[in-house]
Design a protein around this ligand. Structure first.
Ligand SMILES: [Zn+2]
Length: 224
């Protein structure tokens, strides 16, 4: 039924974006060149109508018929380089959700177990992001694997995230799992806190089920 009556809503995820690749700041798998990113966004804009994530969620819950091809743009980890691409997205009228780890917003704390040392968006910069085109979601207090935590640890990580991010004027109660890893336990914790789970499962979204599926944006790069 789904495919027949409803066009899917595609949710894309990207990470760091900068002009030049710097191996000390990012892993190649987490990085897009500014040129590739802009070209991809413009190409996608020709095929989709971009809407904010919470609007997509509402549509997935209530639409029975959907004739427009909608897309949503999301960005994980909150790398500082992303600040440089926000004016372009604003100019193109493309809403974006940033899923961040508040622990690294002090500009000092390093991400454990990460082989590079990226710079993150600072807390004061985050608080200056007030555009209605931007929304802020959670990606864990620190960038740890939710499925390797006890229920108490995961719940605590979500609570600490909420404590810091909830007062932000652009906060939305959505949680993107780190590396897309989740379990029945993590789903239960988010459900108890009325937080919408966001996956990285390569799926298109037709109707709302147990979370929102996403695709990496680089699967759409126009490879030369
Ligand atoms: Zn991440």
């Amino acid at each position: 039924m789904d495919g027949l009556c409803c066009k899917p809503i595609e949710v894309f995820v990207f990470h760091a974006v900068s002009d030049k690749y710097d191996e000390t700041l990012n892993l190649l798998t987490d990085w897009s060149s500014t040129e590739d990113f802009k070209t991809t966004i413009l190409a996608l804009k020709g095929n989709y109508c971009f809407i904010p994530l919470n609007e997509a969620y509402r549509k997935l819950k209530k639409d029975w018929v959907r004739t427009v091809s909608y897309a949503v743009l999301t960005c994980d980890d909150g790398f500082a380089s992303v600040m440089g691409i926000l004016p372009f997205l604003e100019e193109q009228q493309i809403p974006v959700t940033l899923f961040v780890n508040p622990k690294y917003m002090d500009g000092k704390t390093k991400r454990e177990g990460y082989t590079v040392n990226p710079q993150y968006i600072l807390k004061e910069e985050m608080w200056n992001l007030k555009s209605p085109m931007i929304s802020i979601g959670m990606h864990g207090f620190e960038h740890n694997d939710a499925t390797q935590m006890t229920k108490l640890e995961f719940s605590d990580s979500v609570e600490r995230c909420m404590q810091i991010l909830e007062p932000h004027p652009r906060y939305i109660p959505f949680f993107a799992y780190t590396w897309g890893n989740y379990s029945k336990m993590t789903q239960q914790v988010l459900s108890e806190k009325r937080i919408i789970p966001v996956f990285t499962d390569g799926e298109s979204n037709y109707r709302y089920r147990d979370g929102i599926g996403r695709k990496p944006i680089d699967s759409f790069y126009l490879k030369k």
